[in-house]
Design a protein around this ligand. Structure first.
Ligand code: ATP
Length: 530
């Protein structure tokens, strides 16, 4: 059972050292997060698995690590300077900024939308129910809603509209959204219905385009020279290096270039833990194909990416594919799908796959004046711009997905509940815990000897833990998702036959809780299996 609430994960991450709030000792900086010791290991493992699957195991894909700061012309050519915008409104009351294409999602997450939905699920609501809801609930949850500020006008306006709404199971959410617009409108103005602030119900300003590029300046004097930008995606570093890669690698189509790195967007509504932040990491591939072969490559990538998540243990019922409507497509894309994950607040984008056609290379050719064509190795006269399929993974969203998916609460035979993170062993931050049964010096020495042997002979990540009772230490290892624990006891020392034979240790399995006694001499071979 994956985590049902985000709070469960946020608190486990803080308690165990996966993810901390950023700049915490200074009161924090909103929506920034730091990966702690375990989070850094987990995130590195995610990146390692990704690189292994999509770079090392794919002879036609090479890696790149390009700079975050690029010549600003890149962003002119890519269209980001003009088109990388979202429509933003501001609440006239609580002053919060709202990304308008997120309004549906934000309103559905609001407690007042949810309370109204609950009400409707019980019965078809009348005007007087709405009045009571306004007086009792909306005053607390949406204090700036027109219904609260001006109930008589609003209610008379709503009365005409109520009958037109449908309360069938499938339409209930859209009807509630519509009803909320009625409850936010004091009277029909020339602008029509009000779309209220999802946080307080207040009136929003007219939407304005807001560019998401993160501006900074280069050099010692602020304001001198042209502004430069922190890259909003890693992709453009790949296109800008296309010529270098062609010249040095001499690849044949189809081929890909992969890159993992930070990207920055001045997001209007960051939030939901690491799901949407202004600084985040992407894992992207630009896959170059012959024009006309885009559609097949697109289908192949769709399946390969789905399989990658499945192979690393994500429950298939928590993922789905969403095709973008034509009017939703970005300026560079002829087809886009998202893989979405069922986050505790609803479905959200985890990964995007886009057919970028020849848009980027054509633009960079135009703006840079450099020829960015591929030469057919069998016919040097045949030069053309390849088409591009772009699988784009959010690294932080992928880590969050693995955290949510791994979270498990399990009732034990004695009625206790244990929390464990059922990470695929390839992702677990710690591979193996070494736990001396007690703090007696000579037992610790023996455990240290075994620890050193494991470190010398394997690449495993270990955790040597002597703090607290053995039960508590097992619980900690379960909560951080360590697949195996090796316990060194007095049997190992030959001092207590009941615990086990001399020079044997216990290996405990995280998921089955099975304990196996094995000889120290066999330990390395046994552990090498995962
Ligand atoms: P959204 O619609 O959620 O803003 P997007 O469609 O703009 O995302 P893309 O430009 O396709 O996102 O970026 C590729 C991937 O990068 C996304 O699938 C997501 O996993 C990740 N990503 C994008 N923006 C953010 C962000 N602000 N914080 C964390 N990850 C992000």
């Amino acid at each position: 059972m994956p985590a049902e609430s985000l709070d469960q994960i946020v608190s486990l991450c803080k308690r165990r050292g996966f993810i901390f709030p950023g700049s915490e000792i200074y009161g924090g900086l909103a929506n920034t997060w730091d990966y702690g010791p375990l989070g850094a290991e987990l995130k590195n493992n995610v990146k390692k698995q990704w690189w292994r699957t999509f770079v090392h195991k794919r002879p036609e894909i090479v890696g790149l690590d390009s700079a975050i700061l690029m010549n600003p012309k890149v962003w002119e050519a890519s269209g980001h300077l003009d088109l990388f915008t979202d429509l933003m409104s501001t609440c006239k009351f609580c002053k919060k900024h709202i990304r308008m294409d997120h309004w549906d999602m934000l309103i559905e997450q609001s407690s007042w939308f949810q309370s109204l939905t609950e009400l409707y699920k019980q019965k078809e609501v009348t005007l007087s129910d709405l009045k009571t809801w306004g007086e009792k609930t909306a005053t607390k949850l949406a204090p700036n809603l027109a219904l609260v500020r001006n109930p008589s006008i609003t209610i008379s306006w709503v009365s005409e509209k109520l009958e037109s709404l449908s309360w069938s199971e499938t339409e209930i959410l859209s009807s509630i959204r519509e009803l909320i617009r009625y409850l936010a409108t004091e009277q029909l103005t020339r602008d029509g219905l009000q779309t209220p602030c999802p946080y307080c119900g207040g009136e929003l300003t007219e939407g304005k385009s807001f560019n998401l590029l993160f501006k900074t300046h280069q050099g010692v004097i602020e304001g001198e020279g042209t502004p430069i930008y922190l890259r909003p995606e890693t992709a453009q570093g790949i296109f800008a290096n296309f010529k270098n890669i062609i010249d040095t690698e001499r690849p044949r189509l189809p081929f890909g270039v992969a890159q993992i790195g930070k990207a920055f967007r001045n997001e209007i509504t960051p939030g939901n833990f690491t799901f949407r932040t202004r600084e985040f990491e992407q894992m992207e591939i630009e896959y170059f194909v012959e024009p006309g072969k885009d559609a097949d490559a697109f289908e192949e990538w769709k399946a390969q990416v789905w399989d990658w998540y499945m192979d690393l243990g994500i429950d298939k019922d928590t993922m789905r594919i969403r095709e973008h409507d034509k009017d939703e497509l970005s300026h560079y894309s002829s087809r886009t799908i998202d893989i979405e994950y069922k986050f505790p607040w609803g479905w959200g984008e985890l990964f995007g796959l886009a057919n970028r056609g020849d848009f980027d290379l054509v633009q960079h050719e135009k703006f840079s004046g450099e020829e960015l064509k591929y030469t057919d190795p069998n016919d040097p006269k045949n030069k053309f711009i390849p088409h591009v399929i772009e699988p784009s993974f959010g690294c932080d969203r992928t880590v969050l997905t693995f955290l949510l998916d791994a979270y498990t609460e399990e009732e034990l035979e004695n009625g206790d509940v244990r929390t464990l993170m059922k990470f695929d062993p390839r992702l677990s931050p710690v591979d193996i815990a070494i736990l001396p049964l007690s703090k007696k010096d000579h037992l610790i020495e023996k455990a240290q000897e075994i620890h050193k042997m494991i470190l010398d002979k394997t690449d495993l990540v270990t955790d040597f833990d002597i703090t607290g009772s053995i039960g508590k230490r097992y619980r900690r290892q379960d909560e951080i998702g360590t697949p195996k624990a090796v316990t060194v006891d007095f049997g190992t020392l030959g001092e207590d036959k009941k615990q086990g034979k001399k020079d044997t240790v216990t290996i405990r399995d995280r998921d089955s809780l099975k304990q196996e006694r094995i000889a120290v001499g066999e330990l390395i071979e046994k552990l090498a299996g995962f």
